[in-house]
Design a protein around this ligand. Structure first.
Ligand SMILES: Cc1cc2nc3c(=O)[nH]c(=O)nc-3n(C[C@H](O)[C@H](O)[C@H](O)COP(=O)(O)O)c2cc1C
Length: 175
């Protein structure tokens, strides 16, 4: 593969009980794609862990439950400890949670695990706030995560020689 054929690849992995974290994950993936990255967005249940070595960026998000990451996410992260080839990859952690300072954070747990796996944290963890247990997300969170995806993608692709497709039209999300 020549340098000009190479596009950074990203995977956004999420757990979600009521759909709010899934929404944020899709928004993050959308922002990453705007920079020309090739991005897959997938539930923890559908991840083939042996394929993760093929990605440059691994972003992982979960709902905060009992002050930490949800059980399915913790089980998934445990599986990652046995996966070869993750060291040195770019990582990003995110979560959904209540606004209170006392609510804990899934992304804190996820980010710590990514570091333990030897991954390079590309940007500090980010939380999206939900109003109630089932949601909805607070206004602006979807747009904020799209912007984060765009910023991460821009930082990862800036050294690339070839511009992303339709690069003349690529502009940061304006909301
Ligand atoms: C069993 C349970 C425990 C929860 N514990 C917390 C908590 O400790 N802190 C918090 O901020 N939110 C807590 N929540 C609210 C979740 O963060 C919220 O349901 C989640 O962000 C919604 O995302 P989802 O739609 O992707 O599941 C809890 C929710 C459930 C169902």
């Amino acid at each position: 593969m020549s340098q000009s054929d190479k596009h950074e690849r990203g995977v956004v992995i999420y757990d979600s009980k009521f759909g709010n974290t899934e929404k944020i994950a899709k928004s993050l993936a959308g922002g990453l794609r705007m920079t020309g990255m090739e991005v897959t967005c997938v539930n923890t249940n559908d991840v083939q862990t042996e394929s993760l070595k093929d990605y440059d960026l691994i972003a992982i998000g979960a709902p905060t439950q009992m002050f930490t990451a949800s059980r399915p996410m913790k089980d998934f992260l445990l599986k990652l400890k046995g996966v070869q080839g993750l060291k040195g990859k770019y990582g990003f952690a995110f979560d959904t949670k209540f606004a209170s300072r006392l609510s804990g954070s899934a992304s804190k747990y996820i980010e710590k695990t990514l570091k333990e796996l030897g991954m390079e944290i590309v940007r500090p963890r980010q939380s999206a706030i939900v109003d109630k247990t089932e949601g909805p997300l607070e206004g602006g969170e979807v747009e904020s995560f799209e912007r984060t995806g765009f910023d991460i993608g821009t930082s990862l692709t800036k050294d690339r020689e070839d511009p992303p497709p339709n690069s003349n039209e690529v502009a940061p999300p304006t909301h």
